[in-house]
Ligand binder design. Structure first.
Ligand SMILES: [Mg+2]
Length: 146
């Protein structure tokens, strides 16, 4: 398919993973240290932030010249998401669906919906953050992550 015709609606994650692997493997980048890859992901996210620095969200939305640059940085972040997942043998789609299920429990619809005031939602949000940041995955038993 012509690259100009590729959209989110007609493309599978598997297609993008294949494209990423081809690009990566042709360059011999398939044995990078996952630690360096995670750092690279955050660096690309920081590059994305540059376009928002000193501007309101509204100003960014209105500035058409920034859209291409923002799309490039989002793509760089996505590159690292895909490469890290592949390096660690994680299925991105499965991971995303599982995390969404966790988020649905963490942020129950009865509280987190447009009919509930922002103030109440914020209070609940901070309660959840306080409760969830008390733990660490390596502090739990291994069989809890299978
Ligand atoms: Mg970049």
């Amino acid at each position: 398919m012509d690259d100009n015709l590729i959209t989110d609606q007609n493309t599978k994650i598997a297609d993008l993973l294949e494209r990423m692997k081809q690009f990566r493997d042709n360059r011999g980048w398939d044995h990078q240290d996952p630690k360096d890859m995670a750092i690279s992901l955050v660096l690309e996210a920081a590059e994305l932030l540059e376009y928002f620095q000193w501007k309101s969200g509204e100003e960014v939305e209105e500035e058409a010249r920034l859209k291409g640059a923002i799309a490039d940085e989002l793509s760089d972040v996505f590159w690292w998401v895909m490469t890290i997942a592949d390096r660690l043998n994680l299925d991105v789609s499965q991971a995303f669906i599982r995390k969404m299920a966790k988020n649905a429990k963490k942020y129950p619809l009865e509280v987190f919906n447009p009919s509930v005031s922002q103030d109440i939602q914020n209070k609940e949000y901070y309660k959840i953050k306080a409760a969830t940041r008390g733990g660490h995955p390596l502090a739990e038993k291994e069989d809890q992550h299978s």
